[in-house]
Design a protein around this ligand. Structure first.
Ligand SMILES: Cc1cc2nc3c(=O)[nH]c(=O)nc-3n(C[C@H](O)[C@H](O)[C@H](O)COP(=O)(O)OP(=O)(O)OC[C@H]3O[C@@H](n4cnc5c(N)ncnc54)[C@H](O)[C@@H]3O)c2cc1C
Length: 396
């Protein structure tokens, strides 16, 4: 089998569709759109506009708007059409049925070098298969990030039953009804989690750390017309990241790492402002010192710089995702060691065609952001990534 794709989110599905369209026999493993169906809150809306939320396909007829038309869903075409997360999940599954038939809903548990070159891929079904090329498209899986002050409070890991959880652990905001909740973070995920919990009947405060400030983007009719359009909004810098993603990897490593973290920093979507302002309180401008359980081992408390202690039933860390090779525990030790040697560990450094320093091993989506920039954190990046991967594997 020449190619294997690990992961069936937007990036894995898009890469697989392009590989097969080029005639590369490809097996695809993973639960379709699992991050979207199990780790995003019910009721969420996409921050990206409808036309920046297409999963790139090798032939016409498979955009989000095409899906909405085919399925009779409300139109998803203009910047004013907000796209529910549930619609996007259904779109991804439709894309899979149309373009990636034969997807195998199993987990990959190990990838190692194969005895005769290439790779050996082991599945949780007990089966093994050989592959000439492996595309890792495991996205957000295992990459949920907690700042050290919060991580220290939950040595066994975050959980909704303990004092601290991660925002990815709250697919049902209604479960927070009647509880006092602190949401740490100031990005879209933090602000939307806060709003959905408050609308479900929780008493919510957002804690925006340090210099992070709560802010919202401008609606489509108030965005500056003279600045170019990009999948992330109107701005020259954002346009450059979208149009020249291929040049990003030639920047010095410290600049790349800083840009991936800081560009598109905390900013809520324009449509969230009113809902947020009406229901959520903000504690802004102080660093976190410590988190833990409240008095008597019940609830949670959060100490901020300056000595203030906030008490609540629970703390949600909406503090994003960070890629780390350790999150891809299915990669064998030898492969991980080779990847870590290639660049500034713990992130694989990719060359042309999104191929890593291990020939035949490709990374796409979030793990490619350190090499190709912020575009890789968004569905719109599938257009850049999938075509290059398919060409590289087909020609390799
Ligand atoms: C709250 C939130 C809101 C977002 N909103 C937007 C938005 O509006 N617009 C936008 O463009 N992006 C948005 N994003 C980013 C979005 O998550 C990514 O753009 C997109 O999901 C990345 O796709 P992916 O395929 O790389 O990863 P994922 O969607 O995370 O998919 C990974 C897949 O890999 C599978 N997998 C993992 N490990 C294995 C294994 N060992 N074996 C087999 N399968 C495995 C998983 O089951 C899953 O199917 C948002 C993210 C969050 C957290």
């Amino acid at each position: 089998m020449p190619a294997v794709v690990i992961g069936a989110g937007p990036y894995g599905l898009s890469a697989a569709a392009h590989l097969r369209a080029r005639g590369v026999p490809t097996r695809v493993f993973g639960e379709p759109m699992a991050s979207w169906s199990t780790h995003m809150p019910a009721g969420m809306l996409l921050k990206s506009t409808a036309d920046a939320s297409d999963i790139d396909a090798p032939r016409p007829g498979h955009t989000l708007a095409d899906y909405c038309r085919a399925a009779g869903e409300p139109p998803c075409a203009s910047d004013w059409d907000l796209v529910p997360g549930e619609t996007f999940t259904r779109y991804g599954r439709w894309f899979q049925r149309e373009l990636v038939p034969g997807l195998e809903r199993v987990r990959v548990v190990a990838v190692d070098r194969g005895p005769g070159g290439g790779f050996e891929v082991k599945l949780d079904s007990g089966e093994s298969c050989a592959a000439r090329a492996v595309v890792v498209a495991t996205g957000l899986t295992g990459c949920a990030y907690l700042p050290p002050q919060l991580a220290a409070a939950v040595p066994g890991g975050p959980t909704p039953a303990g004092p601290v959880s991660h925002s990815s652990q709250h697919p049902d905001p209604a479960a927070l009804s009647g509880r006092a909740v602190l949401v740490v973070g100031a990005g879209q995920s933090a602000l939307e989690t806060a709003v959905l919990a408050a609308e479900a009947g929780a008493a919510v405060r957002v804690v925006a750390r340090g210099r992070a400030a709560v802010g919202f983007g401008a609606p489509p009719d108030r965005q500056p017309r003279l600045r170019p359009r990009s999948p992330f909004g109107r701005a020259w810098s954002l346009y450059a990241f979208a149009e020249y993603a291929g040049a990003f990897r030639f920047l010095p490593a410290p600049a790349r790492h800083a840009l991936v973290r800081r560009v598109l920093g905390p900013l809520g979507a324009w449509w969230l402002r009113e809902r947020f302002t009406e229901r959520v309180r903000v504690v802004q401008g102080r660093a976190l010192v410590r988190a833990g359980t409240g008095p008597g081992g019940r609830g949670a408390e959060l100490e901020l710089a300056g000595g203030a202690v906030l008490a609540a039933d629970h703390i949600i860390a909406a503090t994003g995702y960070r890629v780390h090779l350790a999150a891809m525990d299915f990669l064998g030790h030898e492969l991980r060691a080779a990847l870590a040697r290639s660049g500034r560990a713990p992130v694989p450094l990719l060359g042309a065609g999104l191929e890593s320093s291990v020939p035949g091993l490709y990374f796409t989506g979030l793990p490619a952001a350190a090499s190709y920039g912020p575009l890789m954190r968004f569905v719109a990046g599938t257009r850049f990534a999938s075509r290059r991967i398919a060409a590289s594997v087909a020609d390799g």
